[in-house]
Design a binder for this molecule. Structure first.
Ligand SMILES: C[S@@+](CC[C@H](N)C(=O)[O-])C[C@H]1O[C@@H](n2cnc3c(N)ncnc32)[C@H](O)[C@@H]1O
Length: 231
């Protein structure tokens, strides 16, 4: 199983990603609002690591609210990072952001981040233990540092999943303004992603060096958790 997902996050996808996300802004704005509330108690000169930073939406939002925070972003897709870099430069915040092309496991372990964010990334790691990414996040945090993760989650074997999939299909139809086929969406979810039941992700987080994760967000299949690095 591979963690290499650059075939999805290519140049064409990267240039369209923000426009498509914007159509679902009511969902992602709520996620980002709750994240900024969770991070509100961080020090004024906090260091934040964004794993799978993509086009940098999470950095842009937090950097505007916290003018002295420093951000590191890591992502294996050079095309997503190119868009991110342009946006950070346009917003005048590039000087306090460092982007790294690659995987989290390739970064030196600092152990001094105040927070680690990993938004809409882990479902792309087609490995039942997510290839150790939660342990890698815990290692980068200072003691008691905050981890926030959001992923597409669900139990595809459960009878309830069909109804969840129907709503997921409707969401994509509204965003793309075009009819979508439920079976095709299900096939794409199975081929490109690995959805785990939410309880399985909670267990992975809890056994990776974190306190018990709190689920602070759910919108359709998108689930968000926060936990602190355990002492
Ligand atoms: C859907 S985008 C999310 C981007 C951003 N976090 C957001 O919320 O808008 C997923 C990103 O995860 C990156 N990615 C995929 N697999 C990854 C991995 N194993 N480790 C880190 N990032 C990964 C992709 O290159 C892509 O930029």
């Amino acid at each position: 199983m591979s963690t290499h997902t650059n075939d999805i996050f290519n140049r064409e996808f990267s240039r369209q990603y923000d426009a498509y996300s914007h159509k679902l802004a009511e969902i992602t704005d709520n996620l980002h609002l709750l994240i900024s509330l969770l991070l509100n108690t961080l020090p004024s000169q906090a260091r934040v690591l964004c794993v799978g930073v993509g086009t940098g939406s999470e950095i842009l939002r937090l950097a505007q609210q916290h003018p002295q925070w420093h951000f590191d972003g890591v992502d294996p897709s050079p095309d997503m990072l190119a868009v991110c870099h342009e946006k950070l430069a346009d917003a005048g915040i590039a000087a306090r952001c460092t982007l790294h092309e690659g995987y989290l496991r390739d970064l030196p372990v600092r152990g001094d981040y105040d927070a680690v964010l990993c938004l809409l990334v882990t479902h792309f790691i087609q490995h039942p233990q997510r290839d150790g990414i939660y342990t890698q996040m815990a290692r980068q945090l200072k003691n008691d540092g905050r981890m926030i993760t959001a992923e597409i989650a669900g139990d595809m074997q459960s009878p309830a999943f069909d109804e969840q999939l129907e709503m997921w299909k409707t969401m994509h139809e509204v965003a793309s303004q075009a009819p979508r086929d439920k079976a095709e969406i299900k096939a794409q979810l199975s081929q490109r992603l690995l959805l785990l039941p939410p309880e399985q992700t909670e267990n992975l987080i809890a056994t990776a060096g974190f306190t018990l994760p709190q689920r602070f967000f759910q919108s359709l299949l998108i689930h968000g958790w926060t936990a602190r690095k355990a002492p």
